[in-house]
Every structure is written in C-alpha cells, then in structure tokens.
Design a protein around this ligand. Structure first.
Ligand SMILES: [Fe+2]
Ligand SMILES: [Fe+2]
Length: 517
C-alpha cells in the first residue's frame, strides 16, 4: 500500500518541525538527541529572567533550536585537521576550555589528534596543531557560523535569529570567533545561547537531574567574565537556584512547543515546509564533500520517476520531502567513515547501517510526518530483503518506497565517492539494470532510464534552491513551481535494457559497494 499524505499542513506548527529536525544537528555535534531542545528551555528562561521583550524572545527561540545549523559544514574539515572521529572531537570540545593550555586541553588534544597514527606522526601533528590552533579554530568556526546563519535565512527565520547564530562562538573576553568581538559588542542573543548551551552540556554530561545542575552552575561561574557575560551568569544562577529549571529541562521535548512567544503559533504553509526541507537537505549534504547535492539529486530523480509513473500530486510532494530528508540520519555518522578512502570494516558498516533508523527516529517526531519517516527509513531496503536497516522485502515496500530506493542508488552511483570516481550515466544504468528486478523495482528503474535527463534537470533546480544559488526569499517561496517543470515523458521502452543486461545476478556486491554510503 502506498503512503498517503497524512498531515494537514496548516495544522503543523513550524516550531515542531524545527525542533524535530534539531535532533539531527545534535547527532552531528556528538550530543544526546534533545540537546537543542533542552538548550532552548534554558535559554528561554534566561531570556525571560533578563527581561527580553516578546519580539526578542521570538528571535531567540528559533536561534536556540537552530544554533547548530552550520555544524555539518565543518565536519569534513575537522576530520582532515584532527585525523580522528569528528563527532567525538566535537562532543569532547564542549566540556574542554580550549582557550587555556591546561591538563584538560592537553588531554583533549592527546585523545583526538590522530589517535591511531604512529607515535612520531602524532607528535608532529600535535606540534602542528598547537602552532596553528588559533587559525584552525577560527577557520572551523567561520565555516560553521556563516553556514548556520545562511541556513536560518533560507528557512525564513528573522535576521536577528541569523545574527544570533552567527555570533554563537564569540567569547566575552574577545578570544572567540569569527570576529573576536568583546563584551557587549557580541549580540545579546548570542551571549544567552552560548551560556545556555554550555550549561546544558555540563548538566547532561555530569549526571543530569541528580547532580548536573551543580556542574552547570560551577562551569558558568568558572567562565564568568572569560567566556560568559557576568550579568548573564548572575541571572542564570538566580533561575538555576529555584530548582524549577531542571525539572523543565527534563520535560523539554513536550515543553519546548509551549515556549514559542506570541499569541499565535507560527503555522506551516507548503512554502515554509518546502523551504525547511530544502535547507535541511543542504545541512545533510554539507556533511561530506562526497554527498554534495545528494539529497536534492535523489529528490529530483524520485520526482521524475513518480511523474513518469503517473503518481498523484500529493504523493509526489510526499516523496520529494522524504527524498530531501532521507539521509538526515547520516548526520550521526563520523566523517572518518563517510570520507574514508578505503573499504569499511565490519564495525564501520554497522554504524552506516544504522543511519536510516536515525532518519526514522528524527522524522517521526514531526506531527503528521509518519509516512515521510517510514519512506525515508526504507531508502536502503531491497526487494529481495538484502537491504537495511530493517531488511524489508518486496511485500513490505510500497511503490513510493521503491521509487526512493531507485533514486538513491542512481544518485549515489553517479556521484564521486572517497573510493572511486563518479560513474558515467551509461555505466550507472547498466549496473542498476543488473540488479533489476532482484533488488530494485523494474518499473521504477525503467521509468528512471527514460527520465534521467529530466531527473537531472529537477535535481539541479532543487540544488540551486537548497543552496540559495541565485535565489531570493521570493524565489524560495516559489519552490512549488519546480514541481511542474519538465513534465514531458520520454518513451520508456526506448531505453529498456537488453535481456542479457537484465539477467539476475546472484550477489549484490557491486551495488552495495557502489552506493551504500
Ligand atoms: Fe542513506
Ligand atoms: Fe542517500
């Protein structure tokens, strides 16, 4: 049975979409899922304590949820610089005062700079890192904060929200990045966010409800006047002492929706949902240079196949949104795996195979997105049950799910990978033909064969919208029109593979190696 759009767009609160997708950002930052929501609770209570008006609180609310929107864009560079697991490095830097040369910062460096390299190589890397620490940190933060602000703008969030995200890594004493702003030159919202996120990290990492509150207070006091605005630390102490704050943090996943200021909740429209999906497609694709434009490529291919098969418009929209978000779970995978030039070992494969599960966990949190979550989670399944993450078979895969599988394989094979160059289209189709109909659906594959130029054109348009290339906000809101371009169908039979090419293959090795990461 095919998935139906089971949501009424106008009943969806934008905050619920953004809050759910923030779980993907938490994964890339090495934080337990819900970190951004919990930070939002702390930051909003701090903002209220500081007397922010309703409008400022509105800007702060979305800035807190989207503070890590740029986090995927520096992950690959971080892996290059450190030579280690970027997610673990990002996780541990949050509890390290990297601005000081002390036991903690040295331990951090020893744990995360080329930990598996020979001793001499590690020493060289350590010395190099120490001498370039400021430049490297500046580069990584610049990438992250500029991209984060740009994504917020593309989602239709306010300029104040984008600026707050841009200033997240500035420090009160001027030693932060990207500008080295000092004191009150740092946007007030950024100062609130900086303190709130550190408090959340220490609260969670040092025991949570039992004793994490004490740790959060200690780090706030210790870094007052150094990292944090001293007045804000006093306000934080005041709310933290009341005890209610930590009970609220424990209920963040339900409470966060009620914290959006204003009398009216910001309800979604087709245009806002489209802009959010496109912006997150860009977040997902920015994780690795090898997935550049992958999500929009899959969406373009899926849409072309769906049109060729004559699917109704609501299913085409559902499929496109699932395609744009299908790999959000990949934000959980380290670049030491995604960008690895050689073959993955069994442990690494185990991690890769989990990413559709994370996509499911994240997307099902959005009210009415259960069909999109189900579809997205099935993008590595195969008709013969050899896929992952659940090993579904033909009897469990709907037409829309089969389309997404074919679109994902097609785009992955056509792209450059760490272990091979991009394959020419003829070779991509020949490889896919060999897996048809054992692993992938014949009807969907033939539809793609006939429509791949159309798929590429659609993907190019979507990618330009996702990346904001040559687009203004008005153009983003016209995204809907992209659905209707290139409607003409190519005769399907002209490109049918020969009987020999369609012959079943016993193993899926080539397909699996070529497109599963
Ligand atoms: Fe995937
Ligand atoms: Fe994918």
């Amino acid at each position: 049975m095919d998935e139906q759009a089971n949501y009424d767009v106008e009943q969806i609160a934008v905050s619920s979409v953004v809050a759910a997708l923030s779980y993907g950002l938490d994964l890339t930052e090495g934080q337990p899922m819900g970190h951004s929501e919990r930070t939002c609770v702390i930051g909003m209570r701090l903002g209220q304590e500081l007397g922010l008006d309703e409008e400022e609180l509105g800007h702060l609310y979305y800035a807190l949820l989207m503070k890590d929107a740029g986090c995927s864009s520096n992950a690959s560079r971080m892996f290059q610089i450190m030579g280690s697991d970027d997610i673990a490095a990002k996780r541990d830097v949050k509890t390290t005062d990297w601005t000081k040369l002390n036991r903690d910062s040295i331990e951090y460096a020893l744990s995360h700079i080329k930990p598996h390299a020979p001793f001499i190589e590690r020493v060289q890397a350590f010395v190099e890192m120490a001498s370039n620490q400021k430049r490297n940190a500046g580069e990584l933060v610049k990438i992250r904060c500029e991209r984060g602000a740009s994504i917020a703008r593309r989602m239709g969030l306010s300029e104040e929200t984008a600026e707050a995200i841009h200033g997240l890594d500035e420090l009160w004493n001027g030693e932060g990045h990207p500008h080295g702003f000092r004191g009150e030159d740092i946007p007030r919202l950024s100062r609130i966010m900086s303190l709130a996120q550190t408090a959340e990290v220490f609260y969670r990492a040092r025991g949570g409800y039992a004793q994490g509150g004490t740790a959060a207070l200690e780090v706030a006091r210790a870094r007052s006047g150094h990292w944090f605005d001293p007045q804000m630390v006093l306000a934080f102490e005041s709310i933290a002492r009341r005890g209610e704050l930590w009970r609220e943090v424990e209920q963040a996943s339900t409470l966060v929706a009620t914290l959006e200021p204003g009398e009216k909740v910001w309800k979604a429209t087709d245009e806002t949902l489209e802009a959010i999906c496109l912006a997150f497609a860009d977040v997902i694709d920015a994780k690795s240079p090898f997935t550049h434009r992958h999500s929009t490529g899959v969406a373009g291919a899926a849409q072309a196949i769906a049109r060729s098969l004559g699917l109704p418009e609501d299913q085409v929209v559902l499929l496109r949104r699932a395609a744009l978000l299908h790999d959000i779970g990949k934000l959980s995978v380290s670049n030491s795996i995604l960008d690895k030039p050689g073959k993955l070992d069994e442990g690494e494969w185990r991690i890769v195979r989990e990413h559709p599960r994370y996509s499911f966990e994240i997307l099902r949190r959005i009210p009415g997105f259960s069909s999109i979550a189900e579809l997205a989670a099935s993008h590595h399944e195969k008709l013969d049950g050899s896929g992952y993450w659940r090993g579904l078979d033909a009897s469990q895969l709907s037409t829309t799910a089969r389309i997404l599988v074919v679109a994902d394989v097609y785009d992955a094979l056509a792209a450059r990978r760490p272990y091979r160059d991009a394959l020419p289209k003829e070779q991509v189709l020949a490889i896919m033909a060999r897996e048809t109909p054992r692993a992938i659906d014949a009807q969907c594959f033939y539809a793609l064969s006939g429509a791949y130029q159309q798929a590429e054109s659609l993907a190019e348009n979507l990618a330009n919208l996702a990346n904001g290339v040559g687009t203004s906000q008005d153009e983003v809101s016209r995204t809907k029109d992209v659905r209707y371009i290139n409607e003409a169908r190519t005769p399907e039979r002209e490109l049918l593979p020969t009987a020999a090419v369609r012959q079943r293959r016993r193993t899926a090795t080539r397909l699996a190696e070529g497109c599963s990461r």
